[in-house]
Design a protein around this ligand. Structure first.
Ligand SMILES: [Zn+2]
Length: 390
C-alpha cells in the first residue's frame, strides 16, 4: 500500500467512525438519508448492548438529515417520582432502570450533573441528554413545592408542552434552514477530500499535493466551524461547552467537520415528544408510529417492580402520557383511541389476537409469546362475521 493510500484509508476510517451515532434505548432516530423520505428507527439487537445500539448515518452526499426524539427515564405522579417507565418502545425489552422510588417529601436535594439526575446526593437516573436532566430537575423541583392537589396539573402541562405543534414547526423550519446551507458546504468538502484529492494524488503523487491538501482541509474545517458555531449559538445558547468542544474537534480533525450538520440537528428537536416529531416528519407513516406508542402505553409488557408506590407512580404516569398523546392525535387525525386500539383484521382462522403487537393465534387463552404479560383477547363474533362478509 502506498503512502497516499494509507493516508486515504486513515482519513476514511476517521470519517466513517464519525458517521456512527449511539441510539439509546429511550431514543428514536428520525433520519432522512437522502434528504427526501423520513424513517424512524430504534436501537436494534445488533451492534449494541442493553442500553442501545450504534446506527450508521448516510456517509455520502447529500449526507442526509437526522433528529433524535427522546423519552424521559422518569415516571412522575402527584405522590412521587420513580426511576422507571413502562414503555418498551420496540421489541420486548426495556432499557435498564433502577426503579428507585421517592415521595416528594423525601427529596431534600435535587440537581442535574451532566446527563445524571441526582436526588439527595445520589444518582437517581441517567437521562438521554444534559438538557433532559436539567428539565427534569426543574420540573421535579417545581412539582415538589406545590401541594398534592396542584401537582397533577403541573405534570400534565409538562407533557402537553412537548406537543406544541406550532412551536415545533417554527423550530423545525429554523433548524432546517441553518442545516441546509451547512450541508452543502460539508458535501463539497467531502467531494474534495474523498473524490478530487485521491484522483489528483494517484495521478501526480502525494508529495506534490500534501501541503495544498492540508491547507484546504484546514481552511474548510475552519469555515464549517464558524458556520456551526453561529448555528449552535442560535439553537443552544446555554451549551457553550458542547459548542467549543465540537469546534476544537473539527479543527484538529478536519474530516469530522463533514458531519457538522448532524452535530447541529440531532438534538435540536429533542425537547418535543417523539409522537409529535413523527407527526411532523413521517407523513402517512406517523399514524403507525403513534399506534405502536399508544398500544405500548395501554398494554405494557410485564415489569418486575414490587414496591406498590412505584407501581402506582409508573401506572399513573403512563395513563397521563396516554391521555395527552390521545388528545393530540384526536386533534391531528380525528382519530379516536378506539381506532388506534382496534383489533387487527381477522385472518379467517385465528381465535384471538394480541392487543399490543396485533399477532393472531389459534388459542384463545394465555399471554402473547412475543409480549410477556400481555393477555390475548378473543375475536368477537361481530369481528369474525364482519370479516367473513367482506
Ligand atoms: Zn404481542
Amino acid at each position: 500500500m502506498t503512502e497516499g493510500q494509507t493516508l486515504f484509508l486513515i482519513l476514511s476510517l476517521l470519517y466513517l467512525s464519525d458517521c456512527l451515532v449511539w441510539t439509546g434505548g429511550r431514543t428514536v432516530l428520525f433520519s432522512s438519508p437522502w434528504c427526501h423520505q423520513w424513517r424512524a428507527s430504534f436501537a436494534g439487537d445488533y451492534f449494541g448492548n442493553a442500553d442501545g445500539s450504534v446506527a450508521l448515518l448516510n456517509p455520502l452526499p447529500p449526507l442526509g438529515s437526522s433528529f433524535w426524539g427522546h423519552w424521559v427515564p422518569v415516571s412522575m405522579s402527584p405522590s412521587g417520582v420513580c426511576a422507571f417507565t413502562l414503555q418498551a418502545f420496540q421489541g420486548t425489552g426495556r432499557p435498564f432502570q433502577t426503579g428507585i422510588v421517592l415521595a416528594y417529601e423525601e427529596i431534600s436535594e435535587l440537581r442535574a450533573d451532566g446527563k445524571h439526575l441526582l436526588l439527595n446526593g445520589s444518582r437517581f437516573t441517567k437521562c438521554c441528554t444534559a438538557e433532559q436532566a436539567k428539565f427534569l430537575a426543574e420540573l421535579i423541583k417545581r412539582v415538589s413545592c406545590e401541594p398534592t392537589e396542584k401537582r397533577e396539573k403541573l405534570i400534565r402541562e409538562s407533557l402537553v408542552v412537548q406537543f406544541a405543534k406550532e412551536e415545533a414547526l417554527n423550530h423545525l423550519a429554523q433548524v432546517s434552514d441553518l442545516a441546509a446551507g451547512m450541508r452543502w458546504t460539508c458535501s463539497s468538502f467531502f467531494i474534495f477530500l474523498y473524490v478530487i484529492t485521491p484522483i489528483m494524488v494517484s495521478a501526480y503523487g502525494l508529495i506534490r499535493f500534501v501541503i495544498p491538501v492540508a491547507v484546504v482541509m484546514l481552511l474548510s474545517a475552519l469555515f464549517i466551524s464558524v458556520i456551526y458555531f453561529r448555528g449552535h449559538k442560535t439553537l443552544f445558547q446555554s451549551q457553550p461547552y458542547d459548542r467549543l468542544s465540537n469546534v476544537v474537534k473539527m479543527i484538529l480533525c478536519p474530516p469530522v467537520a463533514i458531519r457538522a450538520a448532524d452535530r447541529l440537528t440531532l438534538n435540536a428537536m429533542s425537547r418535543f415528544h417523539p409522537v409529535l416529531l413523527a407527526n411532523l416528519l413521517l407523513g402517512s407513516d406517523s399514524l403507525a408510529f403513534a399506534r405502536a406508542v399508544i398500544r405500548d402505553l395501554k398494554h405494557p409488557i410485564q415489569h418486575d417492580l414490587t414496591d406498590p408506590r412505584a407501581v402506582s407512580i409508573v401506572s399513573w404516569h403512563a395513563a397521563c402520557e396516554l391521555d395527552v398523546c390521545t388528545k393530540f392525535l384526536e386533534a391531528q387525525h380525528s382519530t379516536i383511541l378506539d381506532e388506534l386500539l382496534s383489533p387487527p383484521s381477522w385472518d379467517g382462522v385465528s381465535s384471538a389476537y394480541c392487543p399490543r403487537c396485533s399477532c393472531q393465534f389459534a388459542t384463545r387463552l394465555g399471554e402473547c409469546p412475543d409480549c410477556p404479560g400481555v393477555e390475548l383477547l378473543p375475536f368477537s363474533v361481530a369481528q369474525t362475521s364482519e370479516a367473513t362478509h367482506e
